[in-house]
Design a protein around this ligand. Sequence first.
Ligand code: TXA
Ligand code: MG
Length: 322
Amino acid sequence: MTPSQFISTCTADAIDQAAANLRAGSLVAFPTETVYGLGADATNASAVARIYEVKGRPQDHPLIVHIASMNDMEKWCEEIPAYAISLARDFWPGPMTLILKRSRLAQDFITGGQESVGLRVPNHVLALALLNAFSKIGGAGIAAPSANRFGQVSPTTAEAVQEEIGNYLQSQDQIMDGGASHVGVESTIIDCTHELPRILRPGAITEEMIMDSTGLSLLENVDDVIRVSGSLENHYSPKAKVILNSTAKPGQGFIALADIATPEGVIRLAAPRDIDEYARLLYSALRLGDSQGISEIAVIAPIGEGLAVAIRDRLLRASRGR
Ligand code: TXA
Ligand code: MG
């Protein structure tokens, strides 16, 4: 059993306590609208080092710094382009991470030694309450990757966090329960260090929304030296083998939109009615397959634009195994 604290009733007192624990160097897993994050004080090297230990993540992979509002951007970055301000105004709090030229506050242990830093204002009442409480006691930002072991499926519930990393947490660490994440896939990551914005990871903030907000076209997403661990080919993988877009065979798990019938002998893990619900259910459906000991999960990916792009991106990576 795990010695960490599972906070199912997040009262104002509980949130203040969690913020104080963070300031003192403990880890707090918290809900966001995308997926659950594993938080540490982003200015505390040893607290951040524990994130890497708990996740089993390589040291050179940078972390996103979560802030309470766009007013806190300037602490963490410099030379913010006008289009990034426009994006922040339009989509924060929300499922979007901006990559900007770092300030001195963003040290190598946050950026993986890169000259840029990832920033996000999440849109979840508990996350915002925690960030505000943390800010009140002098905290500048909360570093938080998705609260899963490296390479695994991101958790979208507090129970999934507990399953993933509960055994690696300590007695002063906490897991805050804020229900199931509404979006269900990780934030859109937008590189704002060039003249034009560039999507590094698709999410709920779509290409079209970015072009509308900024009035700019986007840079093509070419592979370069930027390290986005989520862009590793073998990411977002459940234990089961994910088989994309082929007919499901008896004994396999099956995930597809509700209007696609379940083939004979196949174990239906999710039947989302639309793309939004697909994103919301996807990770818990993959976890459900694992918990039932299913070794192969057949998935029919959604077609179309918007959030479907992000779902296909994650499914493609999941299908490449780890
Ligand atoms: O929705 C999300 O973004 C969630 C919630 C908790 O906020 N967080 C999340 O964090 O997905 P993580 O660490 O699992 O994925 C963040 C991705 C990583 O692939 C990392 O490499 C990339 O963001 N990243 C962070 N800082 C970066 C930087 N300075 N330059 C390029 N990529 C960066
Ligand atoms: Mg992750």
